[in-house]
Structures are given as structure tokens and as C-alpha cells.
Design a protein around this ligand. Structure first.
Ligand SMILES: [Fe+2]
Length: 180
């Protein structure tokens, strides 16, 4: 059993991360007093952070959107406790994939994973665990010309979609690639 009282004192693998996320999600006494919702900014609270793992509870409305991101060197897991989220996976040359994540659903990922999470149902709650703890993250933006760029951000920076991330590049690309 992997729970907050019995952590092994080392980095967790994906199975352990998924177990921990599910365990915390199934014990609302660990996070229920932290729940709040905001359409403008996802509401999130750190439940635990040590040298090997960090644990967050995140509250979602349908307006909340992380934008495309990765977790740098961290593996992670998500367990949905209430409501419903959608995980989006980026594809090249096609529409992104959408996977519904209703309450009771959990998934894990490695540091290779790029995704975007959005709220689907009102009053959704999820538990997110990362090992090693999040320190840097990659935030992605896609210009109107389809150019994908990664920006390294601190885990303390809230991830939000970037609408006009590279104005100079976009102006240059518009000049060279788009009919005026
Ligand atoms: Fe993520």
C-alpha cells in the first residue's frame, strides 16, 4: 500500500504513483476542506511535498484549462475524485486525442508525456502526484502557423493556455508563409 503515511523514502514508480493518487482521492478527509472553484484560475493546494514526491489537490470548472505541458523529469499520476476531466494528447498533423476522465478514473505517465487537462463537469476534483517532485515544467504553445514551441517554467507558475506566445516569430512567419 502506498499512502502518505507509508512512503518508501525514494522516488516512486508509475504504479506506486497511481496507487498513491487513488488512495488520496478515495480519502476526501485529506483534501475536502481545501476545495474551492474559480473559473479564471484553477484552485490547487499542495497536500504534501518531500524530497521524492509531491501531492496536489486541484479543483476544476469547465472553464479551467492547463494548456499543453510536460512535467520535465517527473513521472506522475492523476486520480479524479469528483466530477469529470478531459485529458488531451497532442498529435502531429491531426486533431488532438480526447480521453474522458470521470470520477474513479486514474492514469499515470512518465516524463515523456505531453498533455493538456481541462475541466468537463462543474465542481470536479482531482489528485495529482509527481515523483521526483515537480520543479520545472515545459509549457507548449502552437502558433497560428502551426509552429510548436516549448517554454521551461517553474512548477509554481500556473499553467494556462498561451494565445500569442511568440509575437515576433508569428509576425515573421505570417510575412513569409501566409498570403497577405
Ligand atoms: Fe500535467
Amino acid at each position: 500500500m502506498t499512502d502518505l503515511a507509508h512512503l518508501p523514502g525514494r522516488d516512486l514508480d508509475r504504479q506506486e504513483l497511481a496507487e498513491l493518487a487513488r488512495h488520496v482521492a478515495e480519502h476526501p478527509q485529506l483534501w475536502a476542506d481545501q476545495v474551492a472553484y474559480d473559473d479564471e484560475h484553477r484552485h490547487y493546494v499542495s497536500l504534501h511535498r518531500d524530497a521524492n514526491v509531491d501531492v496536489w489537490v486541484i479543483c476544476w470548472t469547465p472553464s479551467n484549462d492547463t494548456g499543453w505541458h510536460d512535467h520535465d523529469v517527473s513521472s506522475g499520476a492523476v486520480a479524479v475524485a469528483r466530477g469529470e476531466l478531459v485529458e488531451h494528447n497532442l498529435t502531429v498533423g491531426g486533431d488532438s486525442l480526447r480521453t474522458s476522465a470521470p470520477a474513479g478514473h486514474s492514469f499515470s505517465f512518465g516524463p515523456d508525456h505531453i498533455h493538456r487537462m481541462t475541466g468537463q463537469a462543474e465542481a470536479s476534483v482531482s489528485v495529482h502526484v509527481y515523483s521526483p517532485p515537480l520543479w520545472r515544467m515545459g509549457q507548449y504553445a502552437i502558433s497560428r502557423t502551426g509552429v510548436l514551441r516549448r517554454t521551461s517554467v517553474s512548477y509554481a507558475d500556473e499553467l494556462r493556455p498561451v494565445d500569442e506566445p511568440f509575437p515576433h516569430d508569428q509576425a515573421r512567419l505570417r510575412d513569409t508563409l501566409l498570403p497577405s
